[in-house]
Design a binder for this molecule. Structure first.
Ligand code: ADP
Ligand code: MG
Length: 324
């Protein structure tokens, strides 16, 4: 966008005072200084209309979610947020849409102490495209890298699983209409809260972590590959969201194991950390559930209550498969 409109738009909707010690929106680059002895953690995620969000969805929720999914990556690395940038491509300038989007974005940016310090604004494409980069800091050698899980570690999952997947299926019509159930699980899909406090606490406590964005089996698979470990996952121990009650067993199982958009953390920690993690769960008022164990070899086995292996249809969300 090469018009005066672009600069007005940035000033009106996106520009906020930068915190002291940082140079924010308005120069060629933003400037920030991570603390000494800390590493800078950087992550980018894109969201494309029709692929990651509904064109007619609430823009305030979209503003929240676009930042939330990026912050979830900082949480999974054990990093605390420093700042973010936002690149946005808009097919047209719709003031009401932009105001609501910016409100949702800035509200979470404030709550998470992750100020917006730069970005880019353009037009041209037929869909809304968003790309957010988050920067955070994590004490040197304490980042929760995917490759750092060890044999014998416990596997843990925060919060509950499956709600966002069921909400998506209800909204897409691939499950029969069920307004009461949708009311229970819609918030999980539309307004996920990144597990930043948990992630920060786990840095230096857990060995490795990943956030569950594309489905537990798929994301945990990445962690196992990187760590060159295998895992047993106990199906009955998985923390199911209340909205999964009464669903057909195959649907329920699929939501737990392969449902995307959960933004919970899955992490590996030494068994001697169990008590510490249970205490943390109480302090954060957040369920943290032990769901399996790491063993030698490769691959992931899902076991039922009798210890029998369960066969799996779908492992997770594929961004190149059918759009919404
Ligand atoms: P440049 O020409 O150097 O790319 P721009 O004219 O694109 O700069 O942007 C001007 C300023 O506004 C820069 O500081 C840039 O980081 C910021 N900015 C542009 N778009 C956004 C946006 N969507 N959100 C936040 N900051 C933005
Ligand atoms: Mg630019």
């Amino acid at each position: 966008m090469q018009s005066q409109g672009e600069f007005d738009l940035i000033a009106q909707y996106f520009k906020r005072p930068a915190p002291s010690g940082m140079l924010g929106i308005g120069d060629d680059c933003a400037l920030l200084s991570p603390a000494q002895g800390w590493d800078l953690a950087v992550s980018t995620d894109m969201l494309v209309e029709g692929r990651h969000f509904f064109a007619d969805g609430d823009p305030r929720l979209l503003g929240h979610k676009a930042l939330a999914v990026n912050l979830s990556d900082l949480a999974a690395m054990g990093a605390r947020p420093l700042a973010c940038t936002l690149a946005i491509s808009l097919p047209r300038v719709d003031a009401d849409w932009l105001q609501a989007f910016a409100d949702g974005f800035h509200a979470l940016s404030r709550d998470a102490h992750c100020p917006l310090i730069g970005g880019d604004t353009t037009g041209g494409a037929d869909q809304i495209i968003l790309s957010i980069t988050v920067m955070g800091e994590v004490r040197r050698h304490q980042a929760l890298r995917r490759a750092a899980a060890r044999l014998g570690d416990d596997l843990w999952v925060s919060g509950t699983l499956g709600a966002a997947d069921i909400a998506l299926r209800l909204m897409l019509g691939s499950l029969p209409p069920d307004p009461a159930r949708l009311a229970l699980c819609r918030n999980a899909l539309e307004a996920p809260m990144p597990r930043l406090k948990l992630g920060r606490y786990l840095a230096g406590v857990a060995h490795a972590a990943i956030d569950i964005s594309d489905g537990l089996l798929q994301d945990l698979g990445h962690l196992l590959d990187a760590s060159q470990c295998a895992a047993d996952l106990w199906l009955d121990s998985l923390p199911a969201h209340a909205a999964l009650q009464g669903l057909d067993e195959a649907v329920r199982r699929d939501a737990l194991l392969a449902g995307g958009d959960a933004y919970e953390l899955c992490f590996a920690a030494h068994p001697r950390r169990r008590e510490q993690i249970d205490t943390l769960s109480r302090q954060l008022a957040l369920p943290i559930t032990r769901v399996g164990t790491l063993r030698s070899g490769s691959g992931l086995r899902v076991l039922d209550a009798q210890g029998q292996e369960v066969s799996i249809q779908r492992r997770g969300f594929d961004h190149f498969a059918a759009p919404l």
